[in-house]
Design a protein around this ligand. Structure first.
Ligand SMILES: Nc1ncnc2c1ncn2[C@@H]1O[C@H](COP(=O)(O)OP(=O)(O)OP(=O)(O)O)[C@@H](O)[C@H]1O
Length: 281
């Protein structure tokens, strides 16, 4: 990848956020998707949530971003209880997320998709927007300039800005999703399987983009990911779930050496040599 962050990225950045989850429980009928899960995501860190299939990662992600209401427990953003704050308002507090399956408007251009991310913060009312005048127009112009300067330059999407998303290769579509989330000026970015389905080159490109987002934009990153090589390479902290419970948390080295983690992956349907390559020779 030729990702060289531009020096003009994000002129005024809000501080990185801290996210804490305390005793989170979530049930689907008789299935306990989450059973008293607690975890902390330190400001400015890259934290990964891992675990075998069905461990509860997506459920935790959805509860943290406001798409599911937990049965018990709390979600705290910089110490503020946001458990009952709707997803849309969490976005305004600086929490942005991407989805496991690409959720872009395929017929729209890269630029238009990215601009949609920023609309969460616009103050314009419907009447203004309809007339496309006054404050609406000024906001639109300012928005375009900001996005072009910061996000598109930063992720080197300039050459495809006017291309419809549908015709882009998969790896670039995932990058556009990242760009849209970044356009929200997040303080914490939640990435749901950012490299799923990518080839090695695309994975490395995305991994570097995530590191640059953290380092250059000062954004906290929480990711769910099955690609253990990538997780172990870029994460500061790893939290492991199994059957809805937290079974381990620590540095990548701690987690790799944890017998409960090895057992969880050995017992899963996946090949442990693939999911934890450094552990199981
Ligand atoms: N909407 C739902 N309705 C019913 N059961 C669900 C629902 N979502 C998740 N579950 C169940 O909750 C448990 C946790 O699922 P979840 O999707 O959170 O796991 P995961 O770790 O993200 O799995 P994967 O890695 O396969 O995506 C599983 O037993 C799953 O079948």
């Amino acid at each position: 990848m030729a990702l060289s962050p531009s020096s003009s990225a994000a002129p005024t950045r809000p501080p990185a956020a801290r996210l804490d989850v305390e005793g989170l429980s979530l049930q689907f009928g008789g299935v306990k998707a989450l059973d008293g899960v607690s975890l902390s995501v330190a400001p400015g860190s890259i934290t990964a949530l891992i675990g075998p299939n069905g461990a509860g990662k997506t459920s935790a992600f959805n509860a943290m971003s406001g798409f599911y209401q937990p049965k018990a427990g709390k979600v705290l953003l910089d110490g503020q209880d946001i458990t009952h704050v709707p997803a849309r308002d969490r976005a305004k507090l600086g929490l942005a997320r991407t989805f496991q399956n690409i959720a872009l408007f395929r017929g729209m251009t890269v630029l238009d998709n990215i601009k949609l991310g920023r609309h969460a913060h616009l103050e314009t009312n419907v009447f203004d927007a309809f007339l496309y005048w006054g404050r609406a127009r000024r906001e639109e112009m300012q928005l375009r300039a900001e996005i072009e300067r910061d996000v598109i330059d930063f992720l080197e999407l300039d050459h495809i800005r006017n291309v419809p998303v549908a015709i882009l290769p998969y790896g670039l579509q995932k990058k556009v999703e990242l760009a849209r989330a970044l356009a929200m000026r997040p303080r914490i970015l939640m990435l749901d399987e950012p490299v799923a389905g990518m080839n090695r080159e695309e994975t490395e490109d995305m991994a570097r983009a995530i590191l640059d987002v953290r380092d250059e934009w000062g954004v906290t990153v929480l990711l769910v990911e099955h690609d253990m090589g990538m997780v172990m390479d870029i994460s500061d902290h790893v939290c492991v779930l199994n059957f809805g419970r937290r079974i381990a948390a620590g540095t990548p080295a701690d987690v790799r050496a944890n017998p409960d983690v090895i057992k969880a992956y050995l017992g899963s349907s996946g090949d442990p040599r693939k999911v934890l390559p450094e552990v199981v020779a």
